[in-house]
Design a protein around this ligand. Structure first.
Ligand SMILES: Nc1ncnc2c1ncn2[C@@H]1O[C@H](COP(=O)(O)OP(=O)(O)OP(=O)(O)O)[C@@H](O)[C@H]1O
Ligand SMILES: [Mg+2]
Length: 247
């Protein structure tokens, strides 16, 4: 299985209908992400970052091109297939948390864990482990509205991790936080990366981008710069995580 990329995007094109002229959000994006990489994507507003992330998550579709995640083609699949695939392989974190407001922090994790196939007790134990890991162990019973922004985002990250996803995607996860809160979330991503988690994160923050192991810059629906392409296919995936110890 050596050489299987965590993400492989080829010739991705996506055009949205708009009143004046069609918006070409993706104009032929190629991107490979090796297992264990922590990739930050930056670029001006409207350049297609969220569109790219959403199509990799299977939340949006391509007009042309292909996307593989963990070696599986995800473009052209139906909703049921994608929902199952997402549940097992993809964790997503958004700018505004998208938590369930009516239930406790614990249940925000237990519910997706049960949907992911765990029995209630195993789900609860996984949820408690994650709350401890993310420094929310004493907030298990609290509803999200009573958590701080940073705590809510940590809970959203815990939820994204609950089913041990192959790929963690984050769209401006620090965008709603102050700079201290943002750096705290960045530290968390760096710890997850050091533990081997593959992460693709969209950000407007140069500080957050500098904390990733690789920086991809987009402009106008295309990748215009990439400071660290994935290792050659004959290198072991472990090489991609080797720099984590140097952080
Ligand atoms: N569902 C949609 N319908 C119509 N146009 C869309 C849709 N989604 C995105 N677009 C357009 O596609 C372009 C790319 O949008 P996208 O959200 O990917 O940008 P972005 O790089 O994430 O920007 P930002 O940094 O502001 O979040 C924009 O011009 C946007 O208006
Ligand atoms: Mg966006």
């Amino acid at each position: 299985m050596s050489g299987v990329q965590a993400v492989s995007v080829r010739g991705a094109r996506r055009t949205f209908a708009a009143e004046l002229a069609p918006v070409r959000a993706l104009r032929g994006v190629d991107l490979d992400v090796a297992p264990g990489e922590f990739v930050a994507i930056t670029g001006p507003s409207g350049c297609g970052k969220s569109t790219l992330l959403n199509t990799v998550a299977g939340l949006d579709t391509l007009d042309e091109g292909s996307i593989e995640v963990a070696g599986q083609r995800i473009d052209g699949r139906d909703e049921d297939w994608l929902a199952t695939f997402r549940r097992h392989h993809i964790g997503i974190v958004f700018q505004f948390f998208n938590l369930l407001d009516g239930v406790s922090a614990l249940d925000n994790l237990v519910l997706p864990a049960v949907l992911g196939g765990r029995r209630r007790r195993a789900a609860e134990s996984r949820a408690r482990d994650l709350l401890d890991l993310l420094g929310l162990g004493d907030r298990a019973a609290q509803i999200p509205a009573l958590l701080s922004g940073g705590q809510r985002q940590r809970l959203a990250i815990a939820r994204a991790l609950v089913n041990e996803p192959t790929l963690l995607l984050a769209d401006e996860p620090t965008g709603a936080l102050d700079s201290a809160g943002g750096l705290e979330i960045l530290e968390l991503f760096r710890r997850l990366h050091a533990d081997g988690q593959t992460i693709v994160l969209v950000t407007h923050s140069p500080d957050v981008a500098a904390g990733a192991s690789r920086h991809v810059r987009m402009r106008d629906g295309l990748v215009e710069g990439d400071d660290g392409p994935p290792p050659a296919a004959d290198e072991s995936p472990a090489a991609a995580t080797a720099d984590a110890g140097a952080l």
